[in-house]
Design a protein around this ligand. Structure first.
Ligand code: HEC
Ligand code: HEC
Length: 262
């Protein structure tokens, strides 16, 4: 092989790498999009036995138990998902859907499903993807955001005090209009809010011991980073720093009933 051709191979490879590096993060491109056909039939069986009563046989949120339910069961035909680890506007990951199905959604009719096998949960996740064409478009997929571990100061009241004050200020400026002064979900803007499905969107009562996304500090952090698609709850990924998000989390935890009283 001559020196020239080896050089041109190297150059071509270099260009190829530059080409790849300049593209946006690309799990979607590398990964197969859409439902995994091998699991769909099994998932349909699991769905019709466990989920259709609320979410509807056709995934349209109109199951026989859904009438009058608040909040309503999700319409999977809309392809819009509130609870995700992905940036605002993106589809959730499989792990996100599994977390919701296994853990349920605090304060709603969405139950926990501990009794299903891992394979049953995986297959019903694939079946959910058959209800909306959004799952067929690579552009709707994103890498999950990294949700960091809480900083050490979060569990140390003395060290947390200044952060708690900063979190309260951020809350008053950014959250109070919807969530209200004590975070009970009754801010001045609350009554006007609607979700993408035309239902009143009630800001979460943050004085409860948990939220739909889960009870842990990292669950709160995730909500602040991702927002809840289809609802007025925005993502604060651009508007806040990592530290500010933890300061907000510290303040949100302080609104909860204290469970550590001796
Ligand atoms: C008793 C009624 C009920 C049953 C049964 C039920 N769900 Fe739900 N589910 C709900 C409600 C209500 C919501 C909406 C909660 C909300 O919007 O805050 C929901 C939301 C969800 C979400 C959240 C979507 C999002 O926006 O991120 C997923 C995923 C889900 N359900 C999957 C399932 C699966 C899979 C099953 C069956 C294994 C199931 N559900 C069974 C009532 C139910
Ligand atoms: C424009 C109104 C609005 C603003 C501003 C807003 N929220 Fe929300 N928030 C909502 C609504 C509506 C929901 C309930 C959505 C749902 O469950 O469907 C919500 C839900 C939440 C939840 C619960 C999520 C869950 O998993 O149940 C948390 C935590 C939260 N907001 C924190 C905040 C914080 C902190 C701020 C300020 C940094 C903020 N929100 C700003 C409207 C708002």
């Amino acid at each position: 092989m001559s020196g020239t051709s080896r050089w041109s191979v190297g150059l071509a490879l270099g260009l190829l790498l530059v080409g790849f590096a300049s593209e946006r993060p690309q799990p979607a491109v590398a990964k197969k999009v859409g439902p995994d056909d091998a699991l769909v039939a099994e998932g349909r069986f699991v769905f019709e036995r466990n989920c259709a009563v609320c979410h509807g046989k056709w995934g349209d949120g109109r199951g026989e138990m859904a009438l009058g339910m608040v909040p309503r069961p999700r319409k999977f035909t809309s392809g819009t998902f509130k609870f995700r680890s992905t940036p605002s506007g993106s589809l959730p990951t499989e792990a996100d859907l599994i977390r919701t199905i296994r853990g349920g959604l605090f304060g709603t009719s969405m139950p926990t499903f501990q009794q299903l096998s891992d394979r049953e949960v995986r297959s019903v996740v694939e079946y959910l993807k058959t209800f909306s064409k959004k799952w067929l478009l690579p552009d709707n997929y994103s890498e999950p955001l990294t949700i960091p571990n809480p900083p050490n100061w979060l569990n140390d009241p003395a060290a947390a005090a200044p952060h708690l004050r900063a979190g309260k200020e951020l809350f008053v400026a950014n959250c109070q209009p919807c969530h209200g002064p004590e975070g009970r979900g009754n801010g001045p803007a609350a009554a006007e809010l609607e979700d993408d499905w035309g239902q009143p969107a009630i800001p979460a009562d943050l004085s409860q011991p948990s939220v739909k996304s889960g009870p842990e500090p990292r669950d709160l952090y995730r909500v602040l980073a991702t927002g809840l698609n289809g609802t007025p709850m925005p993502s604060f990924l651009e508007a806040t720093t990592d530290l500010q998000r933890w300061e907000l989390v510290a303040y949100l935890l302080s609104l909860r009933p204290s469970t550590t009283a001796p």
